[in-house]
Design a protein around this ligand. Sequence first.
Ligand code: SAM
Length: 339
Amino acid sequence: MVSHSQPDRRWLTAHGAEQEALHGRAAELTRSHFGRRVFVRGVVEVSNHCRENCHYCGMRRDNRALARFRARHDQLAELLIHHRPASLTDVNIQTGEDPVAVREVVVPLVRTLRRETPLGVSVCLGTLTEALYDELQAAGASLYIIKFELSDAARYEQLEAPGTLAERLRHIRLLAARGWRVSSGFIAGLPDQGADDLLANLRLARELPLDGCSVSPFIPGEATPLGHAPVGAVDAALNCMAALRLLRSEWVIPAVSALNLTGADDGYQRGLRAGANLCTINLTPSEIRGDYLLYKRERFIMNEERVLHAISAAGREVSRTSLAEHWPAKPLAIPVLAG
Ligand code: SAM
């Protein structure tokens, strides 16, 4: 079984038997590269302060009704050192775009976790300075998750996605060249997005220097300009996930919890049957979780029980190897950020 060099437009609209065959091929390719193993990480959402104003996201700065929080280092360190689920091999630390939280909470937390636990550390913190990327890396984080969101530069600007698309892509390349493992991703089913846009997203993903990529179905967010837009179709998101797998057999592709918010209860499990090989357990303390508002307050929270159930129902098993161990250290090539 071989990877494809370009996405096929028919993959995006596949349904019925054709879709089953597409997802089956993606699952087979995943199995040939990773066996039955699924990586399991935890996520902690450290801050919902955000200087960006993305039209799709509930944490956008114009959402003045949202109670903003920054979690404390000690609270999260205690949770992750002493009370984490046994199945975790990695943790992802996520925030709105909040450099203050990165300096005051995230960098010390990464240091503590690397010193006190065997966990691999990923971060998803938005577009920062080179100095902050270096600090995080020196503290011991090895995977940076930074989604390009959508590949149409004009629409990206209209939706006030972070900075500009060109800048976001420059940062993705910069991070990869500075020795980070990088995972990116895009939203499928934003208003006015058709098959050609999704195809362009897949092409862009394929040409970036990535180690992983995600697809999240669009979920209309409370208190956002897109709050009344229709939900992204789960089948389009799943077909994109399968397409990513067919393009890059070696990528780590997450099953995202939003797959269960599209109205399809089995979206998450279908993700694991369509090329995904990473699950995430949400560990954000419940008293702050409600304000980490990507879409709605009633998020579908993937706890350990639900994740383990989905993995075994899909005939897969939990990986004992962490993402950080899976990827060997990368050789460095230091590029210039400007330009
Ligand atoms: N601030 C960081 C950044 O910009 O990378 C990380 C946090 S950001 C809230 C995490 C991701 O949530 C975004 O990259 C975006 O893809 C996703 N997201 C936000 N709102 C969404 C929505 N309504 N539907 C689907 N995905 C959404």
